[in-house]
Design a protein around this ligand. Structure first.
Ligand code: CMP
Length: 138
């Protein structure tokens, strides 16, 4: 079993898509270990996305992720990291496959509805960023 972190991003929360997105995730066989709505501070968003700090879009990304509430969700499943990335589709919704969450609900590369961890190692790290172990129930 692997853990991966989903974040329902501020664009999707603003459009009240959280219920629809969570249904897709559960229907795909993921188990939710925990979830909580949060409003990220600038410091938290900078830290979470620090791997992208040299990218041109970094400050825009931090701005966007602090613009409203988002919902981090700790997920577990066999092969969770790759399966979740398949489920959400490409970063750019124009390139995402039909039926993926981003194809359905993302606006563009930045306002792309959901985040998914990109490796097993980051899945563990990112889940721990938002949730202490004691709050991760099976
Ligand atoms: P996410 O999966 O959360 O990981 C990094 C985020 O950076 C990505 O989704 C997008 O929201 C954002 N991002 C990636 N590429 C671009 C880009 N070219 N322009 C703006 N934002 C981007």
């Amino acid at each position: 079993m692997q853990r991966t972190l989903c974040i329902i991003k501020p664009d999707a929360v603003e459009k009240n898509l959280q219920g629809k997105i969570i249904k897709i995730i559960l229907d795909a066989g993921f188990q939710i270990l925990n979830l909580k709505p949060v409003r990220l501070t600038r410091k938290q968003a900078e830290k979470f996305y620090e791997i992208h700090k040299d990218k041109m879009f970094y400050s825009e990304l931090v701005e966007f992720m602090t613009s409203g509430s988002c919902i981090p969700i700790a997920l577990v499943k066999e092969n969770a990291v790759n399966d979740f990335r398949e489920l959400i589709g490409a970063t750019n919704p124009a390139e995402a496959k039909e039926g993926t969450i981003r194809k359905l609900y993302a606006d563009d590369k930045q306002r792309n509805a959901v985040h998914g961890s990109d490796s097993v190692e980051n899945g563990i790290k990112e889940v721990n960023f938002f949730f202490p172990e004691i709050e991760l129930t099976m």
